[in-house]
Ligand binder design. Sequence first.
Ligand code: FES
Length: 133
Amino acid sequence: MDNDVKIIAFCCNWCSYAAADLAGISRIQYPCSVRIIRVMCSGMVHPDMILHALNQGADGVMLIGCHLGECHYQDGNHKALARMEILEEILTDLGYKKEQLQTTWVSANEPNMLVDAVYDMNERLLELKSAGQ
Ligand code: FES
């Protein structure tokens, strides 16, 4: 059932990718519907990349970075957050649902938080799909 949706997760190198790595090392199960793309910082994810993922068939896109105030490039995640808020409005205008986007902050030692966020997203997208949206 997990793999009925496709999730693209952009994870910053320093915290969220490290958390995903730790989840793997710790053998914490997470939905196989997620495909992780490692980026140096959440602030480096251009909105075009998110739009491209959705246009290419992703059911949802997650942007996962360091906690606010802990970005390794100072304010990259603040910029990412501002962009995501605007992008949410644009995507709604284009016919996508707000639920298809998720922004999450985790530190490298919070693999469970990352996994929980992926499960939440997976669940939400399955609900959207079963509602025919
Ligand atoms: S380095 Fe993680 S959000 Fe910027």
